[in-house]
Ligand binder design. Structure first.
Ligand code: SF4
Ligand code: SF4
Length: 517
């Protein structure tokens, strides 16, 4: 039994703890502010020295031979890549974090400069330094925008593993990241977590959390995870594709293998089913290897290099046995990493060549369909559909025309572009969970742009974007992966009309779960 004095004692103890935490937080904030202004002065001085020297404006790394500054010797950012940047600033308007905060250090140009300073050993590898790189979404809009061909993608992919190896994150950050990486790359665990999510949703958990005011008290990162969870149905969790789906019709046009994805196969099994159906209708034999696991994309984007490489090797082992013309991916983030296996495994004598060959066969589903002339007849879907370019498809893979071309094979469908299309929606792998405030701002900004074109539906080729945009949509606008619209058109159903009818009947103002109709 709890006595009054014990209660008072624990109350005092709690308020003392709260004061300590508040003091600690304000001390940290002061340190961060000091550190930021010190760094900005350093960078401004350095840049003005270069600008007034009248010499070459490229970002030259000036280091004594043999030193790597704050980086270790395992693939630090390359000097020649850093010096490709000429400070022109053309990348700034497309950078989401520069758009949010207007800080030079949170722009591509500023981050490249920080890499230079890091290589010269002029800045410490501390929380402030790491924060500027953590804030980067890895959206690669700057790669698309840069007229000098700066490979920011290679630079950031070199820096992130360096930070993970050489900087110790705070305990809470490490724990949160561990939770993510012990859950999401394992479909069985995601399925178990999703089943708990079903119980939570059926028991009215989200409403309870809101009404009790508990949601606001949760740490921002947990609020973000909770908010992103789509409505789940138990029967959807148990569904899996068969190992082989034969081509329909007499002449087989391709033999392909399909990546199921980790989150994709649990929350978006409908998208995988639609992909397999369309491929079969278009004359492809589809192999779905049972032994496939996570492709390593999440780990790679977060700089967890050993984990990413191990997953890449395993994926190569599994898919090599399928003897197919192409490895088809319907998740932009996975596809962009799988196309990079050759570079990731360049140091591995056993895998380097195989990884190159593997990457050369990876295709987004829209690339495969754009290559094949449509064989299956399409029926009309009369709707205005806004297409959102997932960054890992548009900026990273350069796949922009194919999804549009494939959607235009649907009669009656009017495709509309979204303003600020080049700016990320804030999903970016695990970004919206580890950087919840920035993720939310970008999510709201994307949704405002989506709604400005008043679409009947929205579609995008990445599950992360589907969840993120849905999270901030306030009306019942249906969302799809493009392949679902192609599938529906071939099957002769109009999913947008069906969705709108159902939403109107249930009087549900919330956007239904993406992918289902
Ligand atoms: S556009 Fe390219 S060259 Fe210009 S500042 Fe940005 S990264 Fe550097
Ligand atoms: S990858 Fe995206 S967020 Fe990062 S610097 Fe480039 S444009 Fe900015």
């Amino acid at each position: 039994m709890t006595t009054g004095s014990t209660k008072r004692g624990s109350g005092d103890e709690r308020s003392r703890e709260e004061r300590l935490v508040a003091d600690e937080r304000s001390r940290e904030e002061r340190l961060v502010a000091d550190e930021r202004s010190r760094e900005e002065r350093l960078v401004a001085d350095e840049r003005s020295r270069e600008e007034h020297s009248g010499e070459d404006v490229r970002v030259r790394v000036q280091q004594s031979a043999g030193t790597l500054g704050i980086f270790d010797a395992h693939h630090p950012p390359a000097d020649e890549r850093i010096s490709d940047c000429v400070h022109c600033g053309f990348c700034l308007p497309t950078c989401p974090t520069y758009a949010l905060w207007g800080e030079e250090m949170d722009s591509p140009r500023g981050r490249i400069y920080l890499m230079k300073l890091g290589k010269e050993g002029k800045v410490p590898l501390d929380d402030t330094y790491v924060r500027h790189f953590d804030a980067c979404l890895g959206c690669m809009a700057c790669v698309t925008a840069c007229p000098s061909g700066v490979r920011y993608d290679e630079l950031i992919e070199a820096v992130r593993p360096q930070l993970e190896r050489n900087h110790r994150r705070s305990i809470t950050d490490r724990l949160f990241r561990e939770m993510i990486f012990r859950l999401f790359p394992y479909p069985t665990r995601v399925r178990a977590a999703a089943a708990l999510g079903v119980l939570y949703q059926r028991a009215g958990g989200p409403d309870l959390l809101e009404r009790s005011g508990l949601r606001k008290r949760l740490p921002a990162r947990l609020q973000a995870v909770e908010g992103l969870m789509p409505p789940v149905k138990l029967r959807g969790l148990a569904r899996r594709l068969p190992g082989f789906i034969p081509a329909e019709g007499t002449a087989r046009r391709r033999r392909v293998a399909l990546l199921e994805g980790c989150v994709q196969r649990v929350f978006f099994s409908d998208v995988n089913e639609a992909t397999a159906r369309v491929l079969a209708r278009e004359g492809c034999d589809v192999i779905v290897p049972r032994a496939q696991r996570c492709c390593g994309a999440l780990s790679e984007h977060a700089g967890r290099e050993p984990e990413a490489l191990e997953r890449a090797r395993r994926t190569i082992d599994v898919f090599e046995q399928t003897d197919v013309d192409a490895i088809v991916v319907n998740v932009a983030g996975c596809g962009s990493t799988m196309k990079e296996y050759g570079r990731l495994l360049r140091d591995d004598p056993k895998y380097a060549e195989r990884a190159e060959a593997f990457s050369a066969r990876v295709r987004d589903i829209s690339e495969v369909l754009a290559e094949l002339q449509p064989a299956a007849p399409r029926r009309p879907i009369e709707a205005r559909v806004a297409y959102h370019d997932a960054c890992h498809l548009g900026h990273s893979q350069g796949v922009r025309l194919q999804p549009r071309a494939v959607l235009r094979t649907i009669p009656g469908l009017e495709l509309i572009d979204i303003p600020e299309a080049e700016i990320c929606c804030g999903s970016a792998g695990i970004y919206n969970m580890v950087m919840p405030e920035a993720g939310a701002e970008l999510g709201r900004r994307k949704v405002a742009n989506v709604m400005s074109v008043a679409p009947d539906a929205v579609c995008t080729g990445n599950p992360g974007c589907l969840l993120q945009i849905r999270r901030y949509l306030s009306g019942p606008v249906p969302m799809f992966h493009p392949i679902q619209l192609v599938d529906a058109s071939i099957r002769g159903v109009d999913p947008i009309e069906a969705r709108q009818r159902r939403a109107a009947a249930s009087n549900d103002a919330r956007t239904p779960e993406p992918g289902r109709f």
